[in-house]
Structure formats: C-alpha cells, structure tokens
Design a protein around this ligand. Structure first.
Ligand code: ATP
Length: 451
C-alpha cells in the first residue's frame, strides 16, 4: 500500500487534501491523472446502470437536505459507531474495529478505555446566518435518501413501471472515527447507488439478480475474479430494516474488505418517508389496481474504493534488464490516458510532424504528448500511468509516413502508416492482438523493441 500511495502522489493520481498545509485527515484530492481514472469509473458505472438499460433513470440530488429526511431515515438516532477513549493518551477509537492483538486496550499506549458511547457519524453545519438548533443541517452520509424522497417525482415524470430503478453518483460525508488505508475510508467520498424498486414477493429474485450483475461489473473493469468475493451478512450484522445483505469484497493489501453492499431494504424507506412527510409514496399496481409500497434492492458502491481496488489490482513490478519496471495494467476502458505520442527528438521538423499526429489522435482518445527526457524514461513514465499504447515518431517517419505503436503489457511494437493509426489504436484498445497488422503495417525489429 505504501508503494501505491507514493506512486499515486508522484504521478499525479492522488494527493493529500490541502497538502501545503499538512493535509487534512482522511480527505484526498485527485490529481490530473486520478481525476481521469475516477471519471472513467463513474462513467462506466453510469453507462452500465443507466444508459444501457430501459428500466433505470438517473438523478443528481442536493447534498444538503431537509433535516427531517435524516430523522425519517433513522440516521439522526442510529447512524453511529461505538466510540471509546483511552484514559491514558486520550486517543479515540471505534470499539468494534480494534485490532484483536490490542486485547481491548489502547493500541497506542496500552491504556484502559472508557465505556463505549454512541458517536453519530453525520457532519453538522448551519443553514443561513443564525447558528442555532433550528438551523442545523447535515452533509448527507449517503446518496440513497435523495432517491427515496424523489420517488414520486420520478414516477410521475418518467412514467416507469415496476420493476425499475433510480441511480445516483455523488459525494457523501461521514465523520468516521477510525480512518486510514489511503482512500479506502475517508471522511469525504463518493458513492454510486441504485435503488431498484420491485413488487413485494419478487425481491429475493431481484436481490440475486443484482448480486450477479454487480459482481460482473467489477470483473468487466478488469479486476481479477480471484480478488473478488461475496460475503453474506449474518443475522446479527443486519440492520433492522434489512431483509438480507451481501457485501462484494476485494482482496486489498490490508485484507478482504467491502467494496459494495447490496441490501434488500424491503419497504422500510418509502414507509418511513410517508410517515414523516405525510405524502403518498405508493405505486398504483396496474395488474390489481391497488396501491402498493414497492420493495427496494440497493446496490451501494464506493467510487473511491473501486478506484483503490483497480489501482491495487493493476499494479505490477517486473524485472527489466537491471531495473524494475513498474506499471499499471489498467483495462483500456478505464485507463486515464489511452495513447501517448512520443517524438524521438525535439528537432523542429520532427516535432511538427509529431504534433500533427497528436492532433489527429486527440479527438479520438485521451492522448498525451510527451517530448521530455529519453525515450526509455518516457516509456517508463507512461507505464506508471498505465497508458496502454505509446506512439513513437522518428526521423524515418518523415520519409515513410509511418509510426511505431508500442504495447504497454508486452512491450511489443508494430509500425503502421500514420493514416491508419487512429483506426489501428481503436482496434487495439478494443482488445485486438498487437500483431494483427493494418494494410502496410509491419512488426517492428526486435533490437529496437522495449525502449
Ligand atoms: P464500512 O462497513 O466499511 O464502514 P458501510 O457498510 O458503512 O462501510 P455503506 O453504508 O454500505 O458502507 O456504504 C456503501 C459503500 O460506500 C461502501 O461499500 C463503500 O464502498 C462506500 N463507503 C462507505 N463509507 C466510506 C468511507 N468512509 N470512505 C470511502 N468509501 C466509503
């Protein structure tokens, strides 16, 4: 994990928040490369969850909501973790998350703990110019409630029929007691949540459907199946409203931990909001002509944890001559940079040629232009960014109008006519073998390979 954190900082994936002021505990900033990776993850999720489906619509609701929402949802009274304080060094810990080897004593100084107290994880602030109890609002600790309170709005405007779902991606905030493991547990993070409404009685079937669907989504991002597993919650872990819940877990460097929770929440949320708001949140069943309260299946994923899983899964070190080559084997769909254009020299005539190649590729892919340092260093840098293909132009390119494509994972190279570059790269990014050549293309010489 330490290697990953330092590489992420060095290459512009992720920085500590407000770094020049010493950072802020459990808050992170995504750099120029990290933001692309994160956007690709969110876009892949949105495409799979909303755009590719007839039975889903999206929403983007406000982070600040009427505080009654959090009373109805149970967060004001029950969204808390047991907090203990060390009587010696006064550090605070989550009582249910202490390392077993600490044997119930302070992991820092071995001191005795106070009795556990429930600590509410919601961040509070004030709305308007007066800071009193009546103006308290919360930063949302999940995006889900924005979906439930809009159930009738969506139903009335989209005319969806059961079963259908509503999806949302957005920031959530939790004043976590124990944080750590890089972006795994932070105080400000992003979630990708689906509330999928179904007829009561069909909920078990839909629960199984979503578990399979969501596991498949992670595998489709290139995460190795052996690093993913499903863990069903035991009876005593289940929230009181939850009929069943399974976590999709990833084998992180610190061990197996939750990537996504999938819960059958029955009709708990809609019922609560009906009671607290006095508004009807029922569904007129066209089959029976009766009003019913749908059940809901909730696949709730974390953007940052998905990014972390992808980083861990794609990270690799391999021996390369006398050195170690460090690279990310990102799936091309989520790689932050798809193609890098590297002129062999900065000489004016070659630079102009390379710039033209770059301009022709940039509208098609996330493309970088890099003309600093030796070609070998530049290949290594692109490997560390996980760029699937590098395009090199050299002085011979000026004569034969050909450029070299170098594949990240194998370091194999082919030489193709510049007019065929975009289409060839498109095919390679879609999974075509590097040695499938376009017309006029050749396999590049062994001795110049590797860079
Ligand atoms: P945990 O048990 O790890 O605290 P949780 O069960 O409280 O997680 P949920 O409330 O089910 O988490 O939230 C859904 C998803 O949101 C989680 O699976 C995770 O991916 C993400 N998530 C929750 N809390 C955090 C956090 N503090 N930092 C980053 N991601 C988070």
């Amino acid at each position: 994990m330490e290697k990953l954190v330092s590489l992420c900082q060095r290459r512009g994936f992720i920085f500590p928040s407000s770094d020049i002021y010493g950072g802020l505990s459990a808050c992170w900033d995504y750099g120029p490369v990290g933001v692309e990776l994160k956007r690709n993850v969110k876009e892949a999720w949105w495409r799979a969850s909303v755009q590719d489906r007839d039975d889903m619509v999206g929403l983007d609701t406000a982070i600040l909501m009427n505080p009654r929402v959090w009373e109805a949802s149970g967060h004001v009274t029950a969204f808390s973790d047991p907090l203990v304080e060390c009587k010696g060094c006064h550090q605070r810990f989550r009582a249910d998350d202490l390392p077993p080897e600490a044997e119930g004593r302070c992991p820092s100084c071995g001191g005795e703990f106070t009795e556990p107290q429930q600590f509410n994880l919601m961040f509070k602030t004030f709305m308007g110019p007066v800071e009193d109890a009546a103006s308290v609002v919360y930063l949302r600790p999940e995006t889900a409630q924005g979906i439930f309170v809009n159930f009738a709005n969506v139903l009335n405007t989209s005319r969806k029929r059961l079963p259908f779902g509503i999806a949302q991606v957005g920031k959530s905030f939790r004043n976590e007691i124990t944080t750590g493991n890089f972006i795994f547990r932070s105080r400000e993070f992003e979630q990708m949540e689906i509330e999928y409404f179904v007829r009561p009685g069909s909920d078990d079937e839909w629960f199984a459907y979503w578990v399979k669907e969501r596991l498949g989504w992670y595998a489709g991002l290139g995460i190795r199946p052996e690093n993913l597993r499903l863990r069903q919650h035991t009876e005593d872990e289940l929230a009181h409203y939850s009929r069943c819940c399974s976590d999709i877990e990833y084998n992180f460097p610190m061990g197996w931990a939750e990537l996504e929770g999938i819960a059958n929440r029955a009709d708990y949320d809609l019922k609560q909001h009906m009671e607290y708001s006095g508004k009807g949140l029922t569904y007129l069943d066209e089959e029976t002509n009766k009003h019913i309260i749908p059940y809901v299946i909730e696949p709730s994923a974390g953007v940052d944890r998905t990014v972390l899983a992808i980083l861990c899964d794609a990270y690799d070190e391999e021996p390369d001559k006398d050195e170690i080559r460090v690279l990310f084997h990102f799936h091309p769909d989520i790689a932050p940079v798809k193609v890098a254009v590297l002129p062999l020299s900065r000489k004016e005539n070659l630079a102009a040629f390379a710039r033209d190649v770059y301009a022709s590729l940039r509208p098609c892919f996330a493309t970088q232009y890099d003309d600093t340092q030796s070609i070998g260093r530049r290949y290594r840098r692109q490997d560390e960014l996980g760029t699937p293909y590098c395009v090199t132009v050299d002085f011979q390119s000026l004569e034969d109008n050909m450029a070299t494509i170098r594949e990240r994972d194998t370091m194999n190279q082919i030489r193709v006519p510049v007019p065929a570059l975009a289409a060839t790269l498109q095919n390679k990014l879609a999974g075509e073998d590097i040695f499938v050549l376009p017309e006029g293309g050749v396999i590049w010489k062994e001795e110049t390979k590797g860079g």
